[in-house]
Write a protein that binds this ligand. Structure first.
Ligand code: FES
Length: 143
């Protein structure tokens, strides 16, 4: 899949959408349908609510497909505030989510820094292991 990045702004905050990272958790549209509605085109409409609500909703994205930056702070683009505590959450029929800033080290010693939340494959089908790539949906993973 192509690396596509789309941006949507209300003038104060900019939502950054990277569809290739999406794992289809559904966290984005639960609770803020006036902004995130997968049935509409474009599916992101940042007007009609507060920037604070948008930021709080974007922070629920476990994959990093959605991120944000405040328009008056471009140096901080895509930086994400993370609480100190690490939380690990196995999603039903989906990935293992790890919330927090982490470093993933592969067998060759290469390190990858991840921010906010990282989804690790539990189904075994990902083409981007150890990370989830959404394949669990296609293979109807149960567990
Ligand atoms: S859990 Fe998502 S691809 Fe395996």
């Amino acid at each position: 899949m192509k690396n596509i990045t789309k941006k949507y702004t209300n003038g104060e905050v900019t939502i950054v959408w990277k569809p290739e990272l999406c794992i289809h958790s559904g966290n984005c549209f639960g609770g803020l349908n006036e902004v995130f509605d997968p049935k509409k085109r474009p599916w992101v409409s940042p007007d009609g609510t507060t920037s604070e609500k948008i930021v709080n909703q974007v922070k629920k994205c476990p994959s990093g497909a959605l991120s944000y930056y405040m328009n008056n702070n471009t140096e901080d683009a895509e930086a994400v505030e993370v609480k100190a505590e690490t939380i690990i959450e196995p999603k039903r029929n989906g990935p293992l989510l790890v919330y927090g800033n982490i470093t993933v080290k592969d067998s060759s010693g290469t390190e990858t820094k991840k921010k906010n939340a990282t989804a690790f494959c539990r189904c075994g089908g990902s083409g981007n292991k150890p990370f989830c790539d959404g394949t669990h949906k296609k293979i109807d993973f149960k567990g």
